[in-house]
Design a protein around this ligand. Structure first.
Ligand code: PAF
Length: 284
């Protein structure tokens, strides 16, 4: 496995791989790999001759006061995990190379990126789409694999790829959960044991919402208000949003149907966690 830090070297490698008839699968990450990332790598290993993992904590997608400086980083541990998973290349550029002085081009996806995290983290998806476009241009993958935990991110990237005619197949994989239900996230490392216990309220909200739907409650407002009550009982929880949206448009839905996804963002202490899931059976 090679670790490549230079953009031009990465581009030369993929140009040569494509010329040799190889397919390239790509897993973009910000590192501090966990089981969820490893499931993406396993899928990537199956789908491409050359498996590229990028590790780049992208400053452009963090707002002021967010956790860019504190975001966990451990390239040595990530390299070991990647190697064990059969990764061929880790691409880990420096921020100064990705965004040199005078950098001026950004990618904005309208509409779908404005609700949910787009409202509470202005500029976040502009940063995500910009870096993912750049990474696609550098790595030139046939297939790119993302996790469903960032449901809105995946929807925005799908839209960007389609709108910009990027020749990349986008694959979304199911959320990887701890045995007690907590969705895996690099940010879980911020949680003390007490906060981690309270963080279970996100996945429990999904369970409760699904139970309500199964017993014929389809009014989004009623479901959301029950979840609000439940989450507020946790002493260190602060709700950012709880919304029920259409899976494709991400617009709010007044009534639950087969396309409805519950999306939550909740601060547990200072850590902002997200989770999501379809409300009717047959998904996930
Ligand atoms: O999901 C992530 O880890 C990041 O948002 C991504 C897609 C790697 C872009 O920085």
């Amino acid at each position: 496995m090679d670790i490549i830090r230079s953009i031009s070297e990465m581009q030369q490698r993929v140009v040569a791989a494509r010329a040799a008839g190889q397919t390239i699968s790509f897993v973009p990450t910000m590192g501090f790999l966990h089981q969820g990332h490893l499931s993406l790598l396993d899928e990537g290993r199956k789908r491409g001759d050359l498996l590229v993992l990028s590790i780049f904590v992208n400053p452009a997608q963090f707002g002021q006061g967010e956790d860019f400086d504190d975001y966990p980083r451990d390239l040595q541990q990530d390299s070991q995990m990647a190697q064990d998973r059969g990764v061929d290349i880790i691409f880990a550029p420096e921020a100064a190379q990705m965004y040199p002085t005078g950098y001026a081009t950004y990618v904005d996806v309208e509409g779908i990126s404005e609700n949910l995290c787009g409202t509470s983290r202005p500029g976040h998806f502009r940063g995500v789409c910009t870096v993912v476009s750049k990474l696609f241009n550098i790595v030139q993958p046939h297939t790119a694999i993302f996790g469903n935990k960032d449901f809105q991110q995946l929807a925005v990237i799908r839209r960007m790829t389609r709108d910009m005619n990027m020749p990349v197949e986008i694959i979304g994989l199911a959320i990887f959960r701890e045995p007690d239900g907590l969705a895996m996230s690099s940010r879980n490392v911020y949680l003390t044991p007490q906060l981690r216990e309270q963080a279970l309220v996100l996945s429990q909200s999904l369970v409760v919402a699904r139970e309500m739907v199964a017993s014929s409650e389809t009014e989004s407002a009623t479901i959301i208000s029950r979840l609000r009550e439940m989450i507020r009982r946790q002493p260190d929880a602060r709700i950012d949003y709880i919304q029920i949206c259409h899976q494709l448009t991400l617009e709010d839905q007044a009534h639950v149907d087969a396309d409805s996804v519950l999306l939550l963002a909740v601060y547990i202490g200072n850590t902002r966690l997200i989770d999501n899931g379809f409300l009717e059976p047959g998904h996930d």
